[in-house]
Design a protein around this ligand. Structure first.
Ligand code: NAD
Length: 476
């Protein structure tokens, strides 16, 4: 029941091993579960050639035919969801149930984009008699895409689905730490009859691959999800070659809890959401600003629910939260908690790595955290929540907007007036009221400020993968 797939590159429709590989670890046990092949320069050249050929073929497919292949691949992934979810739990650690939900979410990206790709309408602009102006959306061309380790299937799915629906070919460099999700997408597309070269999958040394691929002339778009530091580096390279980028970067999501809601209900929902994917989500609710009147009740209920979160191996049915995905996250947690503790924050629960093999860390709740603590500025990207009181909605908005990030933000309120004011003034690409869900297949997702630019999902997401051509046609 816990087999892990044999890992390959997928180039020009063929599976490939290479001379060199690197180990993949199970974060629950730290045991080696597989080896991911490391692409050579020749492999990258082969992928470029294959994607160039793939683009020529795919661009000639009607949107309906493209959609049919994408839907078939999604159906295959749904059929294989248990098998794929097992591989994700092995390489990432998240609970099996959550891994299955991730597979379904990835399928939804394919299904929604497959349909929306048939509706990338242009415009006919009213003009003088005898001339016609037509605005046409054409596929942008070959895409170089880079996806991270936190959602091994749904992260690459979003980029691959967008590119394919718009008629582009893609070279996907997925995470070397969690490679099986992307490999399963390649397998499903291959089995669904995707022409060779339309989707190519490589792994290797991330900086070497991005620095080699981005400058290549046929690459027309760079799509990246990951940290702001790396996003800026890739954007700098792309800008030298005047290439557009799609950047989904870090966040540090604020949650404003107004005093017209039940503090216990809001706290319980928030603590459960904080544990999702062990907090390793760019939209994870992290900085809680709670109005003074309900502050203590909120803090108490949040800490109680966080303390009760069952942390364990993802294959145990009682597990609510798995381990962190790698030891870098453990170090990040420990550093931020020690710093906040030293500056006078109250550590209400958690705070220390669990004493067992694997990268297990409990949900940690800090209250009364001074603004000078690092965790108030640095994204923890782990199961860490900070809760502070605010005396007014104005103060909450000012604090929420005080960072250079603006990806997801949340509020709890039953007042239409407050909800409206918050929605207007919060600086974020995604703002959710009375729900901690930030993005679904049909809505655009992305950031403002240093959280990146461009959108994934929704109609807006597909337009990233197109270029506008204006056609002026004189008929006189
Ligand atoms: P990191 O910055 O080293 O890497 C982040 C991701 O980018 C990884 O998948 C990595 O393989 C890739 N990457 C790194 N250098 C690259 C390069 N030069 N070219 C192409 N890809 C490259 O950090 P990390 O330790 O892996 O992750 C921690 C940080 O990354 C977190 O603090 C978080 O902000 C961010 N992150 C964000 C997301 C997200 O969904 N936005 C996902 C994962 C990680």
């Amino acid at each position: 029941m816990t087999e892990y797939p044999d890992l390959h590159l997928h180039i020009g429709g063929a599976w490939k091993k290479t001379a060199s590989s690197q180990p993949v670890l199970n974060p629950s046990s730290e045991a080696v579960i597989g080896h991911v092949p490391v692409a050579t320069r020749q492999d990258l050249d082969d992928a470029l050639e294959a994607a160039e050929h793939g683009f020529k073929v795919w661009a000639q497919f009607s949107p309906r035919r493209r959609g049919e292949i994408m839907l078939k691949a999604a159906a295959l992934m749904r059929e294989r969801s248990d098998e794929i979810a097992r591989a994700i739990t092995l390489e990432h650690g998240k609970p099996f149930k959550a891994a299955r939900l991730e597979v379904i979410r990835g399928c939804e990206f394919f299904e929604w984009d497959a349909a929306e790709g048939q509706r990338l309408y242009g415009r006919v602009i009213p003009s003088e008699p005898g001339i016609k102006y037509i605005v046409h959306h054409q596929p942008i061309g070959m895409v170089a895409a880079f996806s991270p380790w936190n959602f091994p299937l749904s992260q690459p799915a979003r980029k691959i689905a967008g590119a394919l629906a718009a008629g582009c070919s893609i070279i996907m460099k997925a995470s070397e730490e969690t490679p099986a999700g992307a490999m399963h997408i390649a397998r499903a597309l291959h089995d669904a009859g995707l022409p060779p070269g339309v989707m190519n999958l490589v792994f290797g040394v991330p900086s070497e691959i991005s620095e080699y691929l981005i400058p290549q002339a046929p690459i027309r778009l760079v799509a990246f999800t990951g940290s702001t530091v790396v996003g800026k580096r890739l954007t700098r390279i792309a800008s030298e070659y005047m290439k557009p980028v799609l950047m989904e970067l870090g966040g540090h999501a604020p949650v404003i809890v107004c005093d017209d809601v039940d503090p216990v209900e809001a706290a319980v929902v928030s603590a459960v959401r904080k544990a999702r994917n062990a907090g390793q989500v760019c939209t994870s609710p992290t900085r809680f600003f709670v109005q003074e009147r309900i502050y203590e009740a909120f803090v108490k209920a949040f800490a109680e629910r966080a303390r009760a979160v069952v942390v364990g191996d993802g294959f145990e049915s009682s597990t609510e939260m798995g381990p962190l995905a790698n030891d870098r996250r453990i170090k990040a947690m420990e550093t931020l908690i020690a710093d906040a503790d030293g500056q006078g924050a109250r550590v209400l629960t958690g705070g220390k790595r669990l004493n067992r093999p694997g990268y297990f860390f409990p949900v940690t709740v800090l209250a009364d955290v001074p603004d000078c603590a690092r965790v108030m500025r640095e994204e923890p990207f782990g199961p860490l929540a900070v809760i502070n009181p605010v005396s007014s909605i104005d103060e909450a908005i000012q604090k929420a907007n005080s960072l250079p990030f603006g990806l997801a933000a949340y509020a709890f309120t039953h007042s239409a007036q407050r909800a409206n004011e918050l929605a207007e003034r919060i600086e974020a690409g995604n703002f959710s009221i009375n729900t901690l869900e930030a993005s679904v297949a049909e809505t655009p997702f992305g950031g403002v400020k240093e959280s990146g630019y461009g959108r994934e999902g929704g109609t807006e997401g597909l337009f990233n993968y197109t270029v506008v051509k204006n056609i002026s046609h004189s008929m006189t």
